[in-house]
Design a protein around this ligand. Structure first.
Ligand code: FES
Length: 105
């Protein structure tokens, strides 16, 4: 059941509003954070080319919202310890898949 709920949430959010990303203008290169777009939580990272990248902040394990870890430059899940690199790639389980990338429109 929980997995279904996660999948439904992930399907609902499939893009991020560029105007919502204006709130992230203060993000320096190499910094990330969690923001809200379309009433959903979004993990945002500004890479060293100054490009903003956006991912669903919903942990693919059981659906908690990940947090930005500025010391490690990773998105960490507070529920069961999964960790994701700044590009969304899973680096520690129990999650077995990456944060879902979201196009910015
Ligand atoms: Fe994120 Fe379990 S919900 S590690």
């Amino acid at each position: 059941f929980a997995k279904e709920a996660v999948n439904t949430a992930a399907q609902y959010l499939d893009w991020v509003s560029a105007s919502d990303l204006e709130n992230t203008a203060e993000l320096q290169a190499g910094q990330g954070g969690i923001m809200t777009s379309n009433l959903k939580k979004v993990a945002v990272y500004r890479d060293f080319d100054n490009t903003l990248r956006a991912f669903s902040a919903v942990c693919p394990h059981l659906g908690c919202i990940v947090q930005w870890n500025n010391d490690e430059k990773s998105f960490d899940c507070p529920c069961h310890g999964s960790r994701f690199a700044a590009d969304g790639t899973v680096i520690n389980g129990p999650a077995d898949s990456d944060l879902k990338p979201l196009p910015i429109k």
